[in-house]
Design a protein around this ligand. Structure first.
Ligand code: NAD
Ligand code: PRE
Length: 290
């Protein structure tokens, strides 16, 4: 049943995992989509998506699956987005809108924009929502509810296409924010990419500690587990993100190193007052997010 005046007759999702699958489910739940075609490489995952009612049709042929689509959502790992766009853009129908959900924007735009032709629009996007799980089975309809979705249009993005993609994310429950790709990449390096690097490092540092002949991770309780949930995220996704946003990420890693080095010095020299102030400032910033 349709409960919105926004409607996409034919939506193609390339990469029916957590992000692509959840968009399909959210739009279906809102009655905002007609047919959904799921395109991917792994047949087992596509069959699961069909069985779960995420998509109506599946194919491993990316050109055939996208040819008649009104909107194509690219939800593959970041390093595959350009390759997929190059394969499909020549055969998309006139007026088709391509958008993506990649976690990094400037490198994706640099790859995809030169491939465009006047009849096909591209709206770069990134839903700021996710979990540490992947694949179609991890998808759920409410993933984007009350989350932000950042769109990073360029001078070549048509206003009409931008509005359509904006409405698509709003229909999925998100608040849409528009900004430049470079600003997006710097903000995400700080708020998302750095925390993943820290979590992966922490688990490796603690997990390889071998002073005792036992696995000390088994002693982990709330603190360690809450902090490191994201270290269970897909390693190939995070390899791609690190490779495609290195400048902004290194800037944030260096900033983190400075804070950590100061903290270490204050611990070493027993500066209780400085430690208290550091923890207090951090607590206030963290408490204010909620
Ligand atoms: N997981 C998150 O928290 C999150 C949040 C926001 C954005 N993103 C971005 O969304 C994208 C997808 O992430 P995800 O978490 O849904 O991953 P996922 O692994 O759950 O899904 C990706 C899917 O793409 C398929 N795929 C890989 N290469 C392909 C190709 N060449 N052609 C077609 N299909 C291909 C995979 O088989 C998989 O089913 C990534 O670009 C990621 O950076 C992820
Ligand atoms: O909640 C998580 O598990 C996430 O990692 C989601 C998260 C994030 O860092 O917040 C991860 C990558 C994205 O591109 C967007 C969101």
């Amino acid at each position: 049943m349709t409960n919105t005046d926004f409607f996409i007759p034919r939506l193609a999702i390339v990469g029916v995992g957590l992000i692509g699958g959840s968009l399909a489910l959210a739009l279906r739940q809102a009655g905002a989509v007609g047919e959904v075609i799921g395109i991917g490489r792994g047949l087992a995952n596509l069959e699961k998506a069909l069985e779960l009612g995420i998509v109506d049709e599946i194919t491993q042929d990316v050109v055939a699956g996208t040819r008649e689509a009104d909107v194509v959502f690219l939800a593959t790992p970041v390093c595959k987005l350009g390759e997929v766009a190059a394969a499909i853009i020549p055969s998309l129908k006139d007026g088709a809108v391509v958008t993506d959900g990649g976690s990094v924007k400037a490198s994706v735009i640099a790859e995809i924009e030169p491939l465009l032709r006047p009849e096909v629009s591209f709206v770069p996007g990134h839903p700021i929502a996710g979990t540490e799980q992947s694949g179609a089975e991890a998808a759920f309809a409410s993933l984007y509810r009350n989350r932000r979705c950042i769109l990073t249009p360029t001078a070549r993005t048509s206003g009409e296409a931008l509005e359509l993609v904006q409405r698509m994310w709003q229909t999925s429950g998100s608040e849409v924010v528009v900004m430049e790709a470079e600003k997006h990449d710097r903000i995400l390096a700080a708020i998302s990419h750095l925390p993943h690097m820290v979590a992966y490092s922490l688990v490796n540092a603690v997990g390889s500690y071998d002073r005792y002949e036992e696995n000390i991770l088994e002693y982990s309780a709330g603190g360690f587990r809450d902090f490191t949930r994201i270290a269970s995220s897909d390693p190939s996704m995070w390899r791609d993100i690190a490779l495609t946003n290195p400048e902004a990420l290194i800037e944030m890693m260096e900033r983190f190193e400075c804070f950590f080095a100061e903290l270490k010095e204050d611990v070493r020299s027993g500066k209780g007052e400085r430690l208290y102030e550091f923890f207090q400032r951090s607590k206030e910033l963290r408490d204010n997010i909620l």
